[in-house]
Design a protein around this ligand. Structure first.
Ligand SMILES: [Zn+2]
Length: 251
């Protein structure tokens, strides 16, 4: 049996921690070591792997402290990552083993050029590519690269559980409702997330099935763009994506 735990960090980051039957664990994007160490000690866990999705400091900042404290830990990360403390550099098509399960590496550039995701056991650890009801900002890649990366996620089985690294869901839903105001499932989801957050519960993980129904960035071909009163012609789904991404940046 594998369990997946959520460790909050900073203001709105989540560090996901996968634990196997033997109390060995793998931590994804530990931007801060302190909450991870506290969790490991509280639950008497042994850290065996660190998985990094991209180079940003809020995803990598805890690695050297964790490596100092747990010298046997293996650090996995993107092949092209500028972060140096990576023992195993990964690219598209590679696999990582944890707790007798294989996880496949997807290359998902756009937010950063080095961005990868870990997919296996019906789970996707997608860093800052996809959030619930939103997606990452396009800092290093092109809109076309980011759109292709989101399409790779869309092609996974709908029952995939998705583990993004930020609690941005409420603000994303506010924007999603502006872009897709008649989406009933999105309206219901807003109520569910409001209730979870008022109990201080994470809104994540999410599922691909839900995101396909409510996330405007995954729905570029089916949104009613007429109602946006845009002066630009949005002929192709990529045009819709680029328009949405710019709109969200200023929202
Ligand atoms: Zn990032």
């Amino acid at each position: 049996m594998r369990t997946i735990n959520c460790i909050p960090a900073f203001n709105d980051n989540y560090i996901w921690l996968i634990v196997d039957d033997n109390k060995r664990c793998c931590v994804v994007d530990p931007g801060d070591a302190a909450p991870v160490i506290e969790f490991l000690e509280d639950h008497q866990l042994k850290l065996s792997q660190i998985w990094l999705t991209h180079h940003h400091a809020d995803h990598t900042g805890g690695v050297s402290s964790l490596k100092g404290r747990y010298p046997d830990v293996d650090v996995y990360g993107p092949k092209s990552c500028r972060f140096e403390a990576i023992d195993h550099r990964l690219e598209k098509g590679d696999t990582v083993m944890f707790a007798d399960h294989h996880y496949q590496i997807l290359a998902l550039p756009g937010h950063t050029l080095d961005h990868i995701a870990y997919y296996g056991e019906q789970s996707l650890f997608c860093g800052d590519v996809l959030f619930s009801a939103g997606c990452g900002r396009v800092f290093e890649g092109s809109y076309s690269q980011m759109f292709d990366s989101l399409n790779q996620i869309k092609a996974l089985p709908a029952n995939t559980n998705i583990y993004p690294t930020h609690e941005y869901t409420q603000a994303n839903i506010d924007f999603a409702l502006a872009a897709d105001p008649t989406n009933l499932r999105l309206q219901h989801y807003q109520q569910k997330v409001l209730s979870l957050r008022s109990d201080n519960q994470p809104s994540l993980p999410t599922t691909l099935e839900l995101e396909l129904a409510i996330n405007p960035f995954l729905r570029c071909e089916c949104l009613d763009t007429e109602q946006w009163q845009t002066k630009q012609a949005l002929r192709e789904p990529l045009d819709v994506f680029a328009y949405l991404r710019d709109w969200k940046n200023d929202f």
